[in-house]
Design a protein. Structure first.
Length: 220
């Protein structure tokens, strides 16, 4: 959805841009945590977890007022309202950050659902590639490749975490396949070519790291 993100970035006036999806729950202090990495080249990603019970939770709170909803959202973020899971991309990002996996794809931390970077860096690398159109997938990671090539470094502040209200996307894999083809055409990196081993149906971190390095570490 890079065209919409590009429009938001053009309308923003701050020195740091935060890309945060509208289906992400965050805890108090989230904005401050993204503001903290004020270095000119810091790309900050707040780690994300999936909330498979989101639909039932939303139905339960459909009539809640703002205060009740905020309190319920805080309980979700604290893991008190159901199971929270990491998807394979987040598992890789956190494993690289914690030194449990080699940095095969540091740009994978540029997840548009909860990531910030300096406006000057965003503009220097040309922002999102609008050639991805309105399709879902990879346009944020592709921005990350260019940002890191321009000298950005990744930070993953745990307090900037978010919870994704998991939902169905009927044409998810079709959109993703089209965008992955474009990503691969733009960047011939091995870590880009091997992304289906991570992001495809049945993909996993160990298989992806093995494909990129020839040896799979033990990643939880």
């Amino acid at each position: 959805m890079c065209i919409r993100d590009s429009a938001g970035a053009a309308a923003a006036r701050g020195r740091r841009l935060l890309f945060l999806d509208d289906d992400i729950l965050t805890a108090p202090g989230h904005l401050n945590e993204h503001q903290e990495p004020h270095e000119s080249q810091a790309l900050a990603h707040g780690p994300l977890r999936e909330f498979p019970g989101a639909r039932r939770w939303l139905e339960r709170h459909a009539a809640s007022d703002a205060a009740e909803l905020a309190a319920a959202a805080a309980r979700v973020a604290a893991g008190e309202e159901g199971r929270l899971l990491r998807n394979t991309l987040e598992t890789l990002v956190c494993a690289m950050d914690e030194g449990k996996a080699p940095p095969v794809a540091p740009w994978a931390a540029c997840v548009g659902a909860n990531t910030s970077l300096p406006r000057a860096l965003f503009e220097e690398v040309g922002g999102f590639d609008e050639g991805f159109g309105l399709g879902w997938g990879c346009e944020d990671l592709e921005l990350g490749v260019r940002a890191l090539a321009a000298g950005a470094h990744v930070v993953v502040p745990a307090p900037a975490a978010g919870v994704h209200l998991t939902h169905a996307r009927p044409d998810r894999w079709e959109q993703h396949a089209a965008n992955l083809d474009r990503f691969t055409a733009l960047h011939g990196l091995r870590a880009v070519r091997e992304l289906p081993r991570l992001l495809g149906e049945g993909g996993g971190v160990a298989a992806y790291v093995a494909a990129c390095t020839g040896a799979a570490p033990a990643v939880r």
